[in-house]
Ligand binder design. Structure first.
Ligand SMILES: Cc1ncc(COP(=O)(O)O)c(C=O)c1O
Length: 407
């Protein structure tokens, strides 16, 4: 590492501190310059194994030829026009997502929050158009995370995100996950939907019980409610199935996607069954950028690559392998309370507040992991990851825990 390399990073940090709003606090003092496969390289030339993938975004890793080629060739033809016109890649991507899923229609957004905002609007619109004008209340789960717009903050069942932004849009209520009586107790004649992440990401990698999910589906049917699944983090192969709901033996009426859908190019989506989707009529919703040719070409390349390269099988196998290895480490230390997750969405919960210290120790050794709160490490590596990429990580992780990390 040269003095110049250090100076380059310092210059970027200085610019950030001076000009960027300070919502991220003291960021990790690293700036990445390029990536290849599951590895990233910083301004000092240091190599990192990326076990976070931009928080479940870079599903094909970095610089994947199929994704890069799709973006390049689309950019050379047409980056953006407007959804005032027909868009070939938008239509093709809509067809692809519908053919892969339980839903019949789709609308594209630019982010997860926007996709969820669209899902919330659609649920309310559906009942409005049936003349049920008071049926707009939405039940969500505690520890959920649905985004940073005002409505998706209101839907988010974590008070810490609400506090500075009140008044938030009304008529969202959250209940503890896996407590069907608590959920039933909140249903009234104005309830229109239940919205949940089948696997909570920001809440700490919490999977809802399959039995609970089935009961929620039944309650929705019984009380004329829509079931909305937020699959922004767990969708697109992350759990070993293309969509998270496939693990639970039920189908949502509406579900949302973002993060991995474009492999790093911003795109989100909400999908719905025909009986709900038909509530959306001309003028009811829109987006300038949503579903533009570039983003849709990227998303098509992502979906085609997941299928063509059999990545769901890899996720299943690597998820099982990583969980087994992590459980072996857990058996050797009192510091790990639980290893949980599905596929390559893995949470490691510690018995004390050491997540940040473990993350920093791993960073030093060249491994990128995420934290959720003070006790959970989150692993969401690219879906292309192989055993040989992860083995050095297990050795360093074990070393970090057994080599003097304090309770
Ligand atoms: C489950 C879930 N929903 C919604 C969002 C918000 O997505 P975005 O940051 O793209 O708006 C996130 C982001 O972490 C998420 O994990």
């Amino acid at each position: 590492m040269t003095v110049q390399d250090d100076a380059k990073l310092q210059k970027i940090i200085d610019l950030d501190k001076k000009y960027y709003m300070n919502t991220f606090g003291n960021r990790t003092p690293v700036c990445f310059e390029k990536g290849e496969g599951v590895y990233l390289y910083d301004t000092k030339g240091k190599k990192y194994c990326d076990l976070l993938a931009g928080i479940a975004v870079n599903c094909l890793g970095h610089n994947h030829h199929a994704l890069v080629e799709a973006i390049k060739s689309q950019a050379e033809k047409l980056i953006h026009c407007s959804s005032l016109y027909y868009i070939e890649k938008q239509a093709e991507l809509a067809q692809k997502l519908v053919s892969l899923s339980c839903c019949d229609k789709v609308f594209f957004s630019n982010s997860g929050a926007e996709a969820n905002e669209g899902a919330i609007k659609l649920a309310r619109l559906y009942f409005q158009k049936r003349g049920l004008k008071e049926k707009y209340e939405i039940i969500t789960l505690e520890k959920s995370f649905h985004g940073r717009t005002l409505a998706t903050l209101a839907a988010t069942g974590q008070e810490k995100y609400h506090k500075s932004y009140k008044p938030l849009p009304e008529k969202f209520v959250s209940v503890p996950a896996n407590d069907i009586d608590a959920l039933k107790g909140k249903i009234n004649e104005n309830t229109c939907a239940v919205m949940m992440e089948p696997i909570q990401g920001e809440g700490g990698i919490n999977i809802v019980d399959a039995d609970y999910a089935k009961k929620v589906r039944l309650l929705c049917d019984q009380y004329d409610l829509l079931l909305i699944f937020d699959e922004v983090q767990c969708g697109i192969g992350r759990t070993g199935k293309m969509f998270g709901y496939e693990h639970f033996g039920i189908e949502p009426d509406i579900f949302t996607l973002a993060k991995a859908l474009g492999g790093g190019v911003p795109i989100g989506a909400f999908l719905a069954k025909e009986f709900v989707a038909k509530a959306m009529e001309p003028g009811d919703h829109g987006s300038t950028f949503g579903g533009n040719p570039l983003a849709c070409a990227a998303a098509l390349a992502v979906l085609n690559t997941i299928e063509k390269d059999g990545l769901l099988k890899n996720v299943e196998a690597m998820g099982a392998y990583m969980t087994e290895k992590l459980n072996e480490i857990a058996a050797k230390t009192d510091l790990i309370k639980e290893v949980r997750g599905k596929g390559l969405m893995i949470g490691i919960e510690f018995t004390s507040d050491i997540a940040a210290a473990v993350k920093d120790a791993l960073l030093e050794k060249g491994f990128l992991v995420g934290t959720v709160g003070s006790r959970v490490i989150r692993l969401t590596p690219p879906l292309i990851i192989k055993k040989e990429d992860t083995d050095p990580f297990f050795a360093e992780f074990e070393q970090a825990l057994t080599g003097g990390m304090k309770q």
